[in-house]
Design a binder for this molecule. Sequence first.
Ligand SMILES: Nc1ncnc2c1ncn2[C@@H]1O[C@H](COP(=O)(O)OP(=O)(O)OP(=O)(O)O)[C@@H](O)[C@H]1O
Ligand SMILES: [Mg+2]
Length: 440
Amino acid sequence: MEPEVVDPAPVVEPTTDLRSLAPESPAVPVGPTAPVVTVRQMINSSLAVVDPSPAARADLIEQLGGEASSFESVAELTARLTGAAPVVALLGPSCADPVSFAGVAELVARYPMVGCILVTDQVTTALLQEALRAGVRDVVAVHAGPATLAEAVQRVSQAVEHAVPVAPATGAGAPSTDTPVPDGASEHTRGSVITVFSPKGGTGTTVLATSLAVALAERSSRPVCIVDADLQFGDVAVTLKLAPHHTVVDAVASIDRLDAAMLDSMLVTHERSGLRVLPAPLEPAYADQVGARDLVRIIGILREMCEYVVVDTPSHLDDVVLSVLDESDSIELVAGLDIPSVKNLKVTLQTLRLLDLPEERLHLVLNRADSKVKLDVSEVERALQFEAHAMIPSDVVVPQSVNRGEPVVTHAPRSGVAKAISALADLYAAPQPVRSRRRK
Ligand SMILES: Nc1ncnc2c1ncn2[C@@H]1O[C@H](COP(=O)(O)OP(=O)(O)OP(=O)(O)O)[C@@H](O)[C@H]1O
Ligand SMILES: [Mg+2]
């Protein structure tokens, strides 16, 4: 039976289930494995299943708990939408082909509120790349099971719910070039970018960046994100005990079509704090795929979505790091109480001054500031001509928390380290912006 042809205007109202638009949808019996709460009940999007094979569609609908509309092709789905309400479309195994991918590219460019998930027999790197480039938001193995599928659907649904609906008057035609702004954000509330940098490895940059980001996430009503810009050996994800599905490399692979909703679907959440994380590449070899302009664009999109974007960096100044520093509202420069650390930071400060980075953005943090190493805090401040605005003591709870994959602010909230980092977060969360104090 031919699918019903529906007028373009009122096809999908925000609360309308796609089911009502697909008269040939099979009334799929809900099997014994069907969840008590269906996936559809957990999300605010409609669900669509696309595959030429009725058996494949029925299988997917059953995995979803029985509540989804079915379509034979991406083209058929596209023809039935207006883009006025969020829809998560599951593309079955037969949709892993160039025609369907071309259809997806057109569909998601036209309707930002539609998020596609490819459910495939085998997830290969090549297929993953092809699918992501077409605009598919996630790829799940068909045998992964209903729980994994439900997780992917929830993630994608949350992302497309925030996208900008297509207005009926302007909806048809050209792809939108706007960056959709998620809930709660507007161009007047751009988030702050706080970059943490040390020119000497092992100084505590990652410990400070992750714990500061978690502390800010706990204080903020809007999202907070951390970006791991240590592209070769980034360890933000491991420090927070996260197993990411996507990294910054995936965001760069889709850079031409990247918007807030797509980027949002690539972030992994630190459940305890709600912090969103964009992890570094999984292998150093992929670092080359991330250029300075890519990273600046990604940070630009994130600052529209978030109240704070914290960036962890490697311990060297290259064009990527310099571009990130240039993009930052605040730069937390971390030094230890040792001569090489102070010397490197002095050289860094000279470089940043040569680059005309506004001095008020720079802040000094002394880590392990109570170490009995015969180097005095005031001596260091005098050498650097900067007053430290945070001093973090040395404490065994830090390596303990790192090894547990828990930020020190939640692992040992009463420790001096956690208190110092929390006080720094309070400075950012205070109504007055953080100011640097140049030492005379
Ligand atoms: N205040 C502290 N007290 C005790 N140990 C600390 C403290 N800060 C950092 N450390 C320890 O120092 C080590 C290095 O910390 P971290 O990974 O944050 O440094 P980094 O500057 O990011 O290093 P890299 O250059 O490798 O990225 C970790 O093992 C951590 O546990
Ligand atoms: Mg680090």
